[in-house]
Design a protein around this ligand. Structure first.
Ligand SMILES: [Zn+2]
Length: 404
């Protein structure tokens, strides 16, 4: 194809058309931006300057003057709730509920938000009523979880069990069976305290049916047997923990030892406890077995035990016990003799003990709350069995117990 001179005329034409199109776009943009209220930009500006209070006031002004900005109302409402301004959140969500058509998606979303406001404000009866209304809607799963939390807070265990059973277990979330077993243990403890022993046993059987590895059920049952004087049966219940989850043996070891001591069978106790320590080593178990050996057989035997443990599983907590035993042994060997070695040992033990104490905490897997004592139910986030049965000092960086 040959080049024609008149094609050159087309160039300015295309250029002109491009210019007109650009002007049109710009005009459209300007019209749209004028439609957005100035307060909206003011709010954005405050947000960018990290002045959330002023930003909220500016957005509230937009929400007041532009009632159709529903999304903005929802965003503001949850922001108020998160900041603890529950009065404002409740008012805003109530307005959204009143304004929406019955049965509409917007009304359900507003009810869901309002119920959460009430729950956070501690108005649990009102929250419960709204969450119950949301069953069968697209908010069912969230409503069930909130209802379960309400029933747990109110210690309404039967309703908590029913709600947890209705919840579907999703990947990444704890299966509800473990929680259900814990609720059944709560009910069983209540039954036992009120003299309904048969009911308590039935609940424990149910708990073990829901979660056969429910250590708590075995511990409770053992405690009741011991209180009724059936000590051997109690030891049997507590010993079940070894099959259920040996990591929890440190919870039953002192009970078993006390029970055997009561029967004047300290040797049987030491035989069982040292076998547990050999097969399922752990910091708390080592401390307990060490104390038991010290009490029954004296410092020399205790020192021999921790020396073996230190060689088998070298760790800071084991070293701490070893230094403690060495000091005790020295104390009996040379009473009152403040040799130089003893002073050195005391300083070393002090340093090691401080470090071990700092790390001797249980840390909630869910919220990171640290506790010196083991809890079945996290006092901070309310999760069940969220504390691993090992202290932080024993866990490696991945959060798992190092292979011992
Ligand atoms: Zn927690």
């Amino acid at each position: 194809m040959e080049f024609q001179a008149y094609w050159l005329l087309a160039l300015p034409l295309f250029f002109g058309l491009g210019w007109v199109a650009a002007r049109l776009d710009l005009r459209q943009l300007l019209t749209e931006s004028r439609a957005l209220p100035a307060a909206y930009f003011k709010g954005l500006n405050f947000l960018l300057n990290e002045q959330p209070d002023q930003a909220i006031e500016a957005f509230s002004e937009v929400a007041r003057s532009h009632q159709q900005t529903t999304e903005l109302h929802f965003a503001l409402g949850s922001l108020f709730r998160r900041r603890g301004e529950l009065d404002r959140a409740t008012r805003l969500h109530q307005t959204l509920v009143d304004r929406s058509e019955p049965g509409s998606d917007q009304r359900l979303a507003a009810l869901h938000e309002l119920a959460q406001d009430y729950q956070k404000a501690g108005l649990l009866d009102r929250a419960e009523a709204l969450f119950l209304e949301l069953r069968g809607s697209e908010y069912q799963e969230s409503a069930l979880r909130c209802l379960r939390d309400i029933y747990v807070a109110e210690k309404e265990w039967d309703k908590a069990i029913e709600t947890a059973r209705a919840m579907s277990s999703r990947p990444g979330l704890e299966p509800p069976e473990r929680e259900i077993a814990n609720y059944l243990c709560e009910l069983a403890a209540l039954d036992f305290a009120q003299g309904r022993r048969a009911d308590a046993d039935r609940r424990i059987a149910e708990a073990l049916l829901a979660n056969r590895r429910c250590v708590r059920a075995s511990i409770l049952q053992g405690e009741w047997c011991a209180r009724e004087g059936r000590v051997l049966e109690a030891i049997e219940c507590w010993s079940r923990v070894e099959q259920q989850n040996a990591d929890y043996l440190f919870l039953v070891a002192p009970l078993v030892h006390q029970a055997y001591r009561g029967l004047d069978r300290a040797d049987d106790s030491l035989a069982l406890l040292t076998r547990w320590l050999e097969q399922h080593p752990g910091l708390d178990l080592l401390t307990l077995v060490f104390q038991a050996v010290l009490e029954v057989r004296g410092p020399q035997a205790a020192l021999a035990l921790v020396r073996t443990e230190l060689h088998r599983h070298p760790s800071l907590p084991a070293l701490d016990r070893f230094l403690e035993a060495s000091l005790l042994q020295g104390l009996t060997a040379a009473p009152g003799g403040a040799s130089v070695e003893r002073v050195d040992l005391e300083v070393a033990r002090d340093v090691v003990q401080r470090q071990v104490n700092r790390q001797s905490v249980f840390i909630c897997r869910q919220c990171g709350f640290k506790a010196r004592k083991f809890h079945w139910h996290c006092p901070a986030c309310g999760q069940w069995e969220s504390y691993p049965p090992r202290r932080h000092a024993e866990l490696d960086e991945s959060g798992r117990a190092p292979s011992m």
